[in-house]
Design a binder for this molecule. Structure first.
Ligand code: ARG
Length: 469
């Protein structure tokens, strides 16, 4: 069959209607190929499924389908090998690939876009890309949890001061403390899985905005691409990016959690705490102070959370004033989305590695526990069990703490006679309660810090990880 000619003009996919080409500046301003080429493989996947549907419905011939498949397979190889010549003149990933396809297979390539628009095409590509990315991030979250769990297991009974208001509060185990971050990561996975359900719907078939006049089969395309269903409204399908916003919101919370952990790692590495050491390969030195070892990786993770939150605000703002349906504004969704994913992937990768290489210093944690009267609540609970109302017990122990403070010692350093001056109920058995080990072991319930509970919690999470999480 003879090749049909492009419209007049500079030879872009839409130039037929125009009497003058766009300026270089406008071309650069409006083009997205410099960043959306990242979705090249997803674009090909979507096109293969669309073409298969067109042939199945008798909209294009079997011969055209064979040519399209042949051409797209070749282009996929070129992209994978880094040989594909991306061209700014062809605006975006979609037109670049379509143009190359037509160069390779002629008219069949020009038939691929039948019943489709770049509006539903780009929405499909982003969803395919994001679905893969969510799966990658989920795997990295699992690794991060694995590293935390391994460390928690080793330190299920290692005592450290637990803080409130960053002041010594009560003894906890280091394992228990780490398990708090495991719980955060579990919820992060749930959020991603939930967002994924809404990502995983097919926009194709919506065409530009109103649907198409061809007898298409959207369910077939959805099935080919592994989507759970189709977007039910064509206008919504091409215009909303709420699924991307949800992902960046979930990513923001992951970064909040990693940022909090970073802050603690930095504090714990400070010699005033001295609870841990971070392996040299995650730190850098100072060009002026020879003694320095700076925890650059957790500091950067804490800092990078800001750019992800910024992307969330950017995407919300991008959507808010847009009338239905597709607007070019939406092209601005990709860079924040890609940067969010890149930041998250790198941060999670580095974290799993860094956590596995943390050196824990239980002696420093134990020493810190001796300052701050961490077992004062245990003494109050002891008095309550002897029959004293809690408020009175609180008062009696507060007086005991002041006495110990005046003497510069810890509560268990006060002798029995002195302790009894604050509450005559106190007997010899009080010393078992005032020890750190006694305090930890006493919090023996689900969610508590007793070492056997920490071990049980680790086993429970590990079991859930081999299943669905
Ligand atoms: N590059 C565009 C984007 O990212 C693709 C869709 C363009 N559609 C259009 N009608 N100009 O949104």
């Amino acid at each position: 069959m003879a090749e049909h000619k492009d419209g007049a003009g500079s030879g872009t996919a839409w130039s037929g209607r125009f009497s003058e080409p766009v300026s270089e500046l406008v071309k650069r301003y409006t083009a997205s190929v410099s960043f959306d080429r990242r979705m090249g493989l997803q674009d090909i996947r979507g096109s293969l499924a669309h073409a298969a549907m067109l042939a199945r419905q008798g909209i294009i011939s079997a011969a055209d389908l064979a040519s399209i498949e042949h051409g797209l397979t070749r282009i996929r190889g070129e992209i994978e090998r880094g040989e594909f010549a991306w061209n700014l003149d062809d605006e975006d990933v979609h037109l670049n690939i379509e143009k190359r396809l037509t160069a390779l297979v002629g008219d069949a390539g020009k038939r691929l876009h039948t019943g489709r628009s770049r509006n539903d095409q780009v929405a499909t590509d982003i969803r395919l890309w994001l679905r893969d990315t969510i799966d990658t991030i989920d795997g990295l979250l699992l690794n991060h949890m694995g590293a935390l769990l391994d460390l928690a297991e080793k330190h299920a009974a290692t005592a450290m001061p637990g803080f409130t208001h960053l002041q010594v509060a009560q003894p906890v185990t280091f394992g228990h403390h780490l398990l708090a971050y495991v719980e955060m990561a579990r919820r992060d996975r749930e959020r991603l899985a939930d967002a994924r359900r809404r990502v995983n719907r097919l926009p194709l078939g919506a065409a530009a905005l109103a649907g198409t006049t061809y007898p298409i089969d959207r369910e077939f395309v959805a099935q080919q691409l592994g989507f759970e269903g189709v977007c039910e409204n064509s206008l919504d399908a091409v215009s909303d990016r709420d699924f991307a916003i949800e992902f960046v919101a979930a990513a923001s919370l992951i970064m909040v959690h990693l940022s909090r952990l970073s802050e603690e790692l930095i504090l714990w590495m400070n010699p005033r705490f001295g609870f841990i050491d971070i392996a040299d390969r995650f730190c850098t030195g100072s060009s002026i102070m020879p003694q320095k070892k700076n925890p650059d990786v957790p500091e950067l993770a804490r800092g990078k959370s800001g750019r992800v939150f910024g992307h969330l605000m950017g995407l919300l703002t991008l959507m808010k004033g847009q009338p239905l349906a597709y607007n070019k504004d939406n092209q601005e969704d990709k860079e924040p989305l890609f940067d969010t994913a890149d930041t998250l992937v790198d941060t999670l990768r580095i974290f799993a590695d860094m956590i596995s290489a943390v050196t824990v210093k239980p002696e420093a944690m134990a020493a810190a526990l001796k300052q701050g009267y961490a077992t004062a609540t245990d003494l109050a609970d002891y008095l309550v069990k002897k029959g004293m109302p809690f408020r009175d017990a609180h008062e009696a122990v507060a007086r005991a703490v002041r006495a110990a403070e005046a003497r510069g010692c810890d509560l268990p350093d006060l002798d029995l006679a002195e302790l009894r001056t604050f509450a005559p109920e106190i007997a010899e058995d009080v010393y078992a309660v005032l020890t750190v080990e006694g305090s930890l072991a006493a919090r023996d319930h689900v969610g508590g810090t007793a070492p056997n509970q920490v071990r049980a919690a680790i086993a429970k999470v590990k079991k859930s990880m081999t299943g669905k999480g």
